[in-house]
Design a protein around this ligand. Structure first.
Ligand code: FES
Length: 169
């Protein structure tokens, strides 16, 4: 979890969080996941501030919250880049070079894997997030990726990767 600017906690956010916590009168700990979802939906990703704030709200140790964030792949620990590259890793694409494709995109963008989750990588300039995803429904033309909303098939050559990245820069 990287150091970054803190977000303002609005009274509305606080009230919504308190309502969620009130749904778990027996064990406040059970409110941790709902609060993490709420934070991510509102603020985009789960920051160090999120972990501090949620643990304080629930009277838990920060490590209790952090372990949830690192366990569940749906939580983002860093903001997403300006461009979102999704690489399919389901069977046809895995066999057709999807893992290599992910590496090539990381190399071309300078993205490095987010702590705890090998399926997500961000470039330090904030421009790119490379993410492994499941089947993009174009299995016949593996390996397949998406750059934002555009699907690209048969991306089986590093020069194609370079061209796709260059187009974004
Ligand atoms: S397995 Fe990759 S698109 Fe279906």
């Amino acid at each position: 979890v990287s150091a970054e600017k803190e977000v303002l906690i609005t009274p509305e956010f606080e009230a919504e969080a308190d309502t969620l916590v009130s749904h778990y009168p027996v064990s406040k700990r059970s409110a941790a996941l709902p609060l993490l979802h709420l934070w991510q939906e509102t603020h985009g990703h789960v920051s160090a501030q999120a972990i501090r704030w949620i643990s304080a709200k629930l009277g838990l140790e920060q490590i209790n919250i952090l372990e949830l964030v690192t366990f569940y792949p749906m939580f983002r620990q860093q903001p997403f880049g300006r461009y979102h590259i999704r690489v399919c890793r389901t069977l046809s694409c895995a066999l057709g070079g999807g893992y290599k494709l992910f590496e090539q995109f990381c190399k071309a963008t300078g993205a490095t894997a987010e702590g705890g989750h090998g399926h997500l990588a961000h470039s330090p300039d904030g421009k790119f997030t490379v993410e492994f995803v499941e089947c993009l429904a174009a299995c016949g033309s593996a390996p397949v990726c998406m750059v934002d909303d555009d699907l690209h098939e048969n991306v089986n050559d590093p020069t194609k990767v370079t061209a796709l990245v260059q187009k974004c820069i």
